[in-house]
Design a protein around this ligand. Structure first.
Ligand code: UD1
Ligand code: CA
Length: 450
């Protein structure tokens, strides 16, 4: 077997995206398109991977630091054939070269393997598209081989009726490919070096050009517009949802599920509609996620219930906790077993001890709460003086009255109580009651001037 090299074409402008960003950096499932192809090259254990860049070359390169890629600069974009021409001097003549398009990122390992294992000087991955507009059409010869690929602009009305199209993924012997690429001309409607013309050239020199037809028109779809990007995104999300459902996750509506990272799950997990999962998320057994929840980089234990409209980022949540509705957990939050964070509660860089509760309208920042603490509604930690952040420590079993302002640094002892509406500026001892509010006075028989 010849060794495999891979070339990914990613120098084009992607003008049809109408965006300043290089097309291959537009994201699917929260990752740049090009990522999927680089991963694919990794799975294929390619001897070498060449990526042709041009438009936005610096930002494309910068998006993939510390990675073993031969970046090939195509300074002027004179077509896909011209792009491959730039790569050829870097490719071992004895290798097989797999060509992938940077804007067709969802092609599967299985499909590409079928192409690579086809014994032919040139093999081309094709598919039947219900709407073949703008794709190169496959012209077959009587023996089932491909006689030519005709681009939309160069096609006759009859050829435009053909629904079998070129996906752009091809595999060829490097030495032959080099000769065909050298023979390309700009004699076409675009005035470009068109890669697909190599098919006719190969056939002219009596080489075999075999089609490998994919049965999945979605995985090989090219992404030229934001509309096509949206449809690729849905296809990707649907496949992610299918994988999770196969693992036993109840996804209430796979059309309204978004994974933009990785999700590890226990058994009997339920995800209601409009959950967005970002970064690395892990859910224990019997976790329930209600509608409209964003989970980013978090670890959630068993039997946890995340209620609607909650946003969690960078938190670790122990078993049996409840969070939300409308809660926000920010980085550095740790909820120990059976803790409860209710509606309109924000927690940042804080530890909430076992069974502790903040049920409503609270901000806890830079705080450490012991076990069994009760935080009354409207309580806030005043953790920031405009320059520095300070810690609040609350002992086991303390009861913080409603609307308490805890001016940090401050410590409230175990089983201590603060009166509702207090501003606590000094430490409170264990079991103490602290009141930091104006005494209520009353003027009797007051004559209202009204
Ligand atoms: C191409 C194919 C078409 C196929 C379709 C599948 C050609 C001539 N046409 O058309 O047959 O049906 O893909 O999606 O190959 N690129 C460069 N340098 C260039 C030009 C393009 O690197 O000078 C890169 C682009 O960044 C892109 C890829 O090549 O990733 C394909 O180019 P694009 O212009 O999108 O080709 P299509 O018109 O989609
Ligand atoms: Ca394209």
């Amino acid at each position: 077997m010849k060794k495999l090299e891979i070339c990914i074409l990613a120098a084009g402008k992607g003008s049809r995206m109408r965006s300043e960003k290089p097309k291959v950096l537009h994201e699917i499932g929260g990752r740049p398109m090009l990522n999927y192809l680089i991963d694919l090259a990794g799975s294929l254990q390619a001897h070498r991977t060449h990526v042709v860049i041009g438009n936005g070359a610096d930002s494309v390169k910068a998006a993939f630091p510390d990675i073993d890629i031969n970046w090939v600069l195509q300074t002027e974009q004179k077509g896909t054939g011209h792009a491959v021409q730039q790569v050829m001097p870097h490719v071992d003549p004895d290798a097989r070269l797999l060509i992938l398009l940077g804007d067709a990122p969802l092609v599967s390992l299985e499909t590409v393997n079928a192409l690579i294992s086809t014994k032919s000087e040139l093999s081309v991955l094709t598919v039947c598209q219900p709407d073949p507009t703008n794709y190169g059409r496959i012209i077959r010869s009587d023996d089932g081989q491909i006689a030519a690929i005709v681009e939309e602009r160069d096609a006759t009305p009859e050829q435009r009726q053909i629904s079998e199209i070129n996906t752009g993924v091809m595999c060829a012997d490097a030495e032959s490919l080099r000769q065909w690429i050298q023979a390309l001309t700009t004699d076409n409607d675009q005035g470009e070096y068109i890669l697909t013309d190599i098919v006719a050239l190969a056939r002219k020199s009596d080489m075999s050009v075999l089609p490998v037809m994919s049965g999945n028109s979605q995985e090989v779809q090219g992404i030229n517009t934001l509309s096509q990007l949206a449809s690729a995104e849905r296809y990707f999300q649907r496949s992610m949802a299918e994988q999770l459902m196969d693992q036993g996750v109840r996804i209430v509506d796979p059309m309204r599920f978004d994974l933009r990272g990785s999700l590890a799950v226990g058994t009997d997990v339920t995800l209601d509609i409009n959950c967005v999962i970002e970064g690395s998320v892990s859910l224990g057994d019997r976790v329930r996620i209600d509608p409209n929840v964003v989970l980013k980089d978090c670890v959630i234990g068993d039997n946890v219930h995340i209620k609607a409209n909650t946003v969690i980022d960078g938190a670790v949540i122990g078993n049996d906790c409840q969070v939300g509705p409308f809660a926000r957990l920010r980085p550095g939050t740790e909820l120990r077993q059976n803790a409860l964070i209710g509606n309109f509660v924000e927690v940042k860089k804080s530890v909430i001890g076992e069974g502790s509760k903040a049920s409503h309208l609270t901000y806890l920042g830079d705080a450490t709460l012991g076990d069994g603490v009760n935080i009354g509604a409207g309580t806030i930690t005043c953790n920031y003086d405009g320059v520095n952040k300070f810690q609040t420590t609350i002992g086991d079993g303390a009861f913080i009255g409603s609307n308490t302002s805890l001016v940090a640094p401050v410590t409230v002892g175990k089983q201590a109580t603060t009166g509702a509406g207090s501003t606590i500026t000094k430490d409170v001892s264990d079991k103490g009651l602290a009141l930091g509010r104006a005494r209520q006075t009353e003027i009797s028989n007051w004559k209202d001037k009204r």
